[in-house]
Write a protein that binds this ligand. Structure first.
Ligand code: UFG
Length: 327
């Protein structure tokens, strides 16, 4: 397949690009590099462009005879979305509409979208199935849900084949250590914990120790980026015209913040200083996926099915590149 990957120089996108190329697909990455890294993708695949530049996007689609699009580009920091909602609606919704229109004008009708567990808000059940109420509690989650709605309409009106993949906590790095997570500023738990292990930070804060969970800290479902990458390809291969698929992607098992820190100590063999801090606003106590639907329907199986294996790959990357792609 000839695939356009927007945001392909970002964390999840770059792992997907690597996977698609390994499986023999032809890939063009469309990325403005505002949060992505050019080092994360082969130079010959990269088109530096913004989703606002519709003429450039059009040209990328036509010149490369694109057949399908996997759309990772977007902002994904929850706290930032609360402070700057306009920025999130513009980039995640308006720019996605630009992309959809360029694809539509050029007859591309296969579309896979990066959605998020944040569309469920604070769920009333665990594990979460795809039919749980959609009630996002921040602009980031609402921007992703808005795009899911748009895709439902494109599917029925224009006979597109679409999928929304709702990631739980993406984690880990390519096992060969050449690509991995590199956000600036970093806000995610696992890289922060590993930066403490490396001596780049003094301590990691635990945001909330009074949650209704066995050890009082939040529970999350960490899923390896390579497993996410594989799910995208499986979905792309199964898309049918007039069909909108929605799948949760997680390993179906939750780990508390304290368990993440303990596992990181075990993997790194280093001490990791912690500081107990107040809750971070907007954090649901427990987010664990039921990924039964994609397992049953498409046979997806996470290869990295426990936290230790996931953290080992993240450590391999962080240890080799303590300052990320700048190292
Ligand atoms: N945490 C800490 N200390 C830190 C950072 C995080 O205790 O320094 C805790 C958080 O409170 C949370 C857990 O670790 O309980 C995981 O936090 P992350 O920031 O790593 O990830 P989130 O669960 O907040 O976010 C992820 C995705 C978002 C998505 C969200 C869905 O990164 O894109 O899940 O709610 F929106």
């Amino acid at each position: 397949m000839r695939i356009l990957v927007t945001g392909g120089a970002g964390y999840i996108g770059s792992h997907a690009v690597r996977f698609f190329l390994e499986r023999g697909h032809q890939v063009w990455v469309y990325d403005n590099l505002c949060r992505g890294h050019h080092q994360a993708v082969p130079a010959e695949c990269l088109i530096v462009g913004d989703l606002e530049e519709m003429a450039r996007l059009d040209q990328a689609i036509i010149a490369n005879r694109i057949e399908a699009c996997v759309h990772f580009a977007g902002f994904a920091a929850v706290a930032e979305s609360v402070r700057e909602p306009a920025k999130y609606y513009r980039n995640n919704v308006v720019n996605t509409l630009h992309l959809l229109e360029c694809l539509r004008h050029n007859g591309v009708k296969r579309f896979v979208f990066s959605s998020t567990a944040a569309v469920y808000g604070v769920p009333d059940r665990s594990p979460i199935t795809e039919d749980a109420p959609l009630a996002p509690i921040n602009p980031y989650g609402r921007s992703k849900l808005a795009v899911e709605r748009i895709l439902e309409d494109y599917t029925s009106a224009y006979q597109w084949g679409c999928a929304a993949l709702r990631y739980f906590n993406a984690a880990g790095a390519h096992p060969d250590g050449t690509i991995g997570e590199d956000h600036n500023p970093e806000t995610h738990l696992i890289p922060l914990v590993l930066q403490v292990a490396l001596g780049l930070r003094r301590e990691v804060e635990i945001f909330g120790t009074d949650y209704p969970t066995p050890d009082g800290t939040c529970i999350r479902d960490y899923v390896h980026v390579n497993d996410l990458a594989e799910a995208h390809l499986l979905v792309l291969e199964h898309l049918q015209p007039g069909q909108m698929l929605r799948y949760n992607l997680g390993i179906g098992r939750g780990y508390s913040v304290r368990e993440v820190i303990e596992t990181a100590k075990e993997v790194t063999g280093r001490t990791i200083a912690v500081k107990e801090a107040p809750r971070r606003p907007g954090d649901p106590p427990i987010l664990v996926a039921s990924a039964d639907k994609i397992q049953k329907e498409l046979g997806w199986r996470p290869r990295f099915d426990d936290l230790k294996k996931i953290i080992e790959t993240a450590w391999n990357w962080q240890h080799a590149r303590p300052r990320g792609f700048r190292s």
